[in-house]
Design a protein around this ligand. Sequence first.
Ligand SMILES: [Zn+2]
Length: 261
Amino acid sequence: MAQKDCPQCDGTGWKPIEVNGIRRVAPCDCQNLERSALLLKQARIPPRYEHCEFEEFSLRRIPGTDQENPSLERAKFTAKRFVEEYPTDFGLLFVGPTGVGKTHLAVAILRELILRKGVEGLFYDFHDLLKTIRDSYNPGTQNTELGVLQPVLDAEVLLLDELAGSNPSDWVKETLHHIINWRYNYKKVTIITTTLLSRDASGRRGGRQPSGEDIPDLDYTLNQLGVTLRSRLYEMCKLVEMNSDDFRKAVKQPGNKFREE
Ligand SMILES: [Zn+2]
């Protein structure tokens, strides 16, 4: 649909151009603009995040130094490269503590894919998604479980924000398995953010080392959702670690590579 008052095409959706001296018409940009606006709206990015862009992402400095945080620099680089190379056959899994900007980068990717590549994307906070599905079981609601789930299963790119595994019920695990396996089988790209849980040396959640230090643990975090699901996520997504302390944990990922990587 063209914009009615477009000065370039007078609302026809076609603008006059000249190619090698011959006058022709071409699709007007206003058609794209409108499609982008519609796609953005359908992506359901919450107002809090709708202005997240790469340029505004802060490479917070390492406390006590004047250096930028290399893990955040790498994460931003990976995010931008992902947009450049899309369509890819893998998604991204952003992991790190609260407040490093996982959602910011993930939303920036989704927005760029929509605006630059016309991708049909969908944002869902994991907790909200579960609640919406649960609510759909109530008699008297307009929503059906399938009505809620189908767009999540089918979205060209799904951004699942704050995937959390703190004591998930069997129902939560099953629901997540269904979504992730479906998207895996249909080769759909999923971008996930998850906040790392910490544990102490004896494996207690939320525990600290005797030194008082937190040990954020990726495997431990994802294992809460089940070992099978953890492996599947590693298979589907390139891991992007964001940490203010620049800790690194080797996760072998034979696939999920950019070109020439
Ligand atoms: Zn126009």
